[in-house]
Design a protein around this ligand. Structure first.
Ligand code: GDP
Ligand code: MG
Length: 352
């Protein structure tokens, strides 16, 4: 699933929803052929209008909120951390239940009102409909509140398409990641909000003939070892695994970034442990000021030195991912969903 690029409506509270329904109904009056007929037509119209407002609102929530299963993917993984997918499913189930109940109640009430010949009963049927509808809606009051809150939280998940092969850049602060992402990207990278970081993540795009790739820089996320993080932060980092098809780890051997080579190697080891199964390209930055001769690829985003070689190495890995994803999509089209490729998030206790 591709992030929140769908339209999720604001969710009214139980009180707001009832107020809206009753207010609309209160403005209705109908003329009939006699006193009883006038009463009946008016009551029928009020019940229909108020019931429809409630049923339509609730059904819209059920339709517009995204379906989510705890499958191993970027969006549901983050959603689970942010709102809890089990609670979310329960809320949508409750809203759906309420819509069904109110719709049935409305139809039953309309039928009873049509049948009666007693004006007093017309009134009491309408009132009883109002009361029972309100009590149904009150019962999902917590669920509506939950969904409104969930809506705000889900909006913070970046609309990144996990179906597009994605290069994620990691390394300590100031090693030259942002500079590199800018140089690799065909257009100026965009900043997307990411839960649990104030900086957001930076998304650029690369192209190779007609194939398109995403390049992602994650300030504040992949620039520290896991053991320095709390549990929520760990999960927020781990969710990136579902997005990362190829990792580019940047080492700054000049240490002008302010971090020694030893801590940079420790972070690399840490990321290798956390991102097992993901191809990792390690490259040394700022080769305009220092070349180590370590045998690792080196580059300077500033002068452009070796950028062609680095770009080819990155594209070659991404192309492999592209072919694999295209083949998987083809199989899924014929056979249904494949089992998840990557294992579920386990806590990265194995920090060196
Ligand atoms: N000499 C040199 N400096 C660079 C190069 N790339 C980035 N820098 C400098 O390193 C600092 C951090 O760069 P930045 O891209 O923001 O690093 P990030 O924190 O990893 O995103 C800045 O002062 C850059 O000017 C490079 O290729 N050569
Ligand atoms: Mg940066």
């Amino acid at each position: 699933m591709a992030g929140m690029d769908y339209k999720v409506p604001t969710v009214l509270s139980a009180d707001e929803l009832m107020e809206k329904a009753f207010h609309r109904a209160s403005k209705i009056s109908k003329n009939g052929t006699n006193a009883l007929d006038t009463r009946k037509k008016t009551a029928l119209a009020k019940v229909t209008a108020s019931g429809d407002i409630v049923v339509t609102a609730l059904s819209t929530y059920v339709q517009r909120f995204p379906r989510m299963d705890k499958k191993d993917d970027f969006f549901p993984e983050l959603a689970d951390i942010l709102i809890g997918i089990d609670r979310y499913k329960k809320a949508l189930g409750a809203v759906n239940w309420c819509a069904t109940r109110v719709d049935k109640l409305k139809n039953d009430s309309l039928r009873d009102i049509r049948k009666t010949k007693d004006p007093a009963i017309v009134e009491s049927l309408r009132k009883s409909f109002y009361g029972r509808m309100k009590s149904y809606v009150d019962r999902i009051s917590d669920d509506l509140e939950f969904l409104q809150d969930a809506r705000d939280k889900l909006k913070r998940i970046p609309a990144i398409d996990s179906a597009v092969p994605t290069l994620v850049v990691a390394g300590f602060p100031n090693v030259g990641k942002s500079n590199l992402v800018t140089v690799l990207s065909t257009a100026a990278p965009q900043i997307a909000p990411y839960p649990f970081t104030t900086k957001g993540i930076i998304v650029g795009h690369m192209e190779d003939e007609w194939r398109k790739y995403q390049v992602v820089d994650t300030p504040g996320l992949l620039d520290r070892t896991f053991d320095e993080r709390n549990d929520i932060e760990k999960q927020a980092v781990l969710a990136l695994r579902y997005l990362t098809d190829v990792m580019l780890f940047v080492v700054d051997p000049s240490e002008t970034c302010g971090f020694g080579k030893d801590v940079q190697e420790k972070l690399l080891k840490n990321i290798e442990d956390g991102f097992q199964g993901v191809p990792i390209i390690v490259a040394e930055s700022k080769c305009d000021i220092m070349k180590t001769g370590s045998g690792r690829m080196c580059f300077s985003a500033q002068t452009g030195e070796n950028m062609d070689a680095l770009t080819s190495a990155v594209l070659s890995e991404l192309r492999t991912v592209f072919r694999r994803k295209a083949a998987e999509a083809e199989v899924e089209r014929w056979q249904g969903p494949l089992p998840a490729r990557r294992w579920r998030a386990t806590s990265p206790t194995s920090s060196p």
